[in-house]
Design a binder for this molecule. Sequence first.
Ligand code: CO
Length: 154
Amino acid sequence: MLKKALFVSALALSFGAASAASCEVQLEGTDAMTYIYNGKTVTKTTEIVVPASCKEFTMKLKHTGKMPAKTMGHNIVVAKASDIAGIVKDGAKAKDTDYLKPNDARVVAHSKMIGGGEETSVKFDVAKIKGGQFDFFCSYPAHQAKMRGKLVVK
Ligand code: CO
C-alpha cells in the first residue's frame, strides 16, 4: 500500500518536472574553467534555446569541481553580447560583488558566484532577451573567454 502511494507520488513528481523543464536548463561548472550543458562543453557557439512561450527562464548552475569560489568561481550572467566586453572591463576589480559593477544596468540578470560543490540559479523575464543577441557568461576574471554561450529565443 505504502509502496503504491510512493510510486504514484514519484510519478506525479516526474510529470511535474517534465512540464517545467522547458523553461529551465541545468548547467555544470567545472574546475577546468568550463560550463557543461547536455553533457557537452559549452563554447561561444553553443546555443541554449529559450522557448518564446516561457514567461520566465531559469538557468541552474552546479559547480561539480572541488576548487573554492575564490580561485575557480563560477556564476551565470545574462547580457547583450555587445555589452559583455564593457561589463567585464568595469567588473574586473569588483571582487566583493562577484566581479560585476554594482547595479550595472547592462546586466539582464545574474546568479551569485559559487565554488566546488555549490549550486545556484538565475531567473529572468524572457521578454528582456527578445530582439538582439544575448549571451550568458561567467564574470570571474578571464573566465568568459571559455565560459560563454548564446541564448536563442524561439
Ligand atoms: Co567561472
